[in-house]
Write a protein that binds this ligand. Structure first.
Ligand SMILES: C[S@@+](CC[C@H](N)C(=O)[O-])C[C@H]1O[C@@H](n2cnc3c(N)ncnc32)[C@H](O)[C@@H]1O
Length: 207
């Protein structure tokens, strides 16, 4: 198994969005955070031999982190075709030996029903934009439906919300860690070019 640092280095070649859509909160997860999330999942036995589904895959960062750790199958799903084509190029760049299935679809409509043990990884829209509030709730609902475990990135202060949602669905938050992420200016209505925000990553066991 590569180390977390080696995984982050491999992911350094993953290109972000050419023309990011603010309404879909399109920005790339930093390689070190993606590596931390997937390395943690791998140590928990949540990657190897399993189906990994990246909901809102964008340009593929989390799906590609997963495919480099030997899962049975990886699916990256997004409703915008433009980043999916960048994701395909990124797949060539990271030099994975296994393929990722890139799927165009709506993550909030649970478009997949994978067989066998399934892990969802995701950095869903936070709902920071007024007309997109609670976007992460619909992504969690899909995770509850299709996966037995998920790892999701949320904005800081989401613990009570994620714990309550998981409990309502018969699940449980088993692990959590905090990190920091630079968000491009357009997502935070901020004067600087980017803003560092605190994010929280949760592992939820759904069943
Ligand atoms: C914060 S970005 C994360 C991108 C990528 N997963 C990463 O970690 O770099 C959120 C992604 O969710 C996608 N998205 C937003 N709403 C969606 C929906 N309803 N169904 C599928 N994808 C969606 C956006 O197009 C965008 O690629």
């Amino acid at each position: 198994m590569s180390t977390k640092t080696q995984l982050a280095q491999q992911l350094g070649v993953v290109a972000g969005f050419d023309d990011p859509r603010v309404d879909l909160e399109q920005y790339r997860t930093p390689p070190d955070l993606a590596a931390h999330l997937v390395h943690t999942a791998d140590l928990q036995g949540d990657i190897e031999g399993r189906t990994v589904v990246d909901l809102g895959t964008g340009t593929g960062m989390l799906a590609l982190a997963a495919v480099l750790r030997g899962p049975e199958r990886v699916v990256g799903l997004d409703l915008d075709p433009a980043p999916l084509s960048t994701a395909r190029e990124n797949e060539g760049r990271v030099g994975s030996t296994a393929d990722v299935e890139w799927v165009l679809g709506d993550a909030t409509a649970a478009p997949l029903a994978p067989d066998g043990p399934t892990t969802v990884v995701m950095n869903p829209p936070f709902g920071a934009q007024a007309d997109n509030e609670h976007a992460d709730r619909a992504f969690l609902a899909t995770a509850a439906e299709i996966a037995d475990v998920s790892y999701s990135i949320h904005n800081g202060g989401s613990a009570a919300f994620v714990e309550a949602f998981a409990a309502d669905e018969g699940g449980e938050v088993t692990h959590a860690f905090e990190s920091e992420m630079d968000l491009p200016r357009q997502f935070e209505f901020h004067d600087a070019d980017e803003k560092t925000v605190t994010v929280e990553v949760f592992r939820v066991a759904w069943r």
